[in-house]
Design a binder for this molecule. Sequence first.
Ligand code: HEM
Length: 125
Amino acid sequence: ANDGTIYEAIGGYDAVDQLNTAFYERVAQHSDLTPIFPEDLTETARIQLLFFVQFFGGPRLYEEERGHPMLRRRHLPFEITPTRRNAWLECLEGALHDVEIAETYRTAILERITLTANHMMNTSE
Ligand code: HEM
């Protein structure tokens, strides 16, 4: 069923899971990002999947486990520079291509997440 969410439109949980896996494969290899992420990304990726499911309009799995996102606050311990923001978005854009999300949804996702990513920056270069 398509209830009008990006979540349903791109294929639901399995599609978001594949996108998230492709995203973390890229994060793990991006030299601008590895300095601030844990070496073992298993738990990070598990939580991010809960978040993406919720963010795209699926079940509110993230809030059930972690409470209110407060993403800017949760990112304050990490130096998020414009370079790191760009790197993060690059990984996501690459992942959207890797799993062949259709162009309309890819654009909608990137536009929306870019706003959130801008809000996460907390350090100048
Ligand atoms: C957690 C980096 C943007 C969602 C984290 C962590 C880092 C990080 C280092 C902690 C990982 C860990 O300790 O396991 C970045 C960088 C960004 C960025 C460099 C560049 C702008 C975003 C955006 C979103 C997001 C745009 C959402 C759309 C999350 C979530 C968590 C997280 C949900 C887990 C929070 C929790 O612990 O509950 N991020 N992030 N991040 N990030 Fe980001």
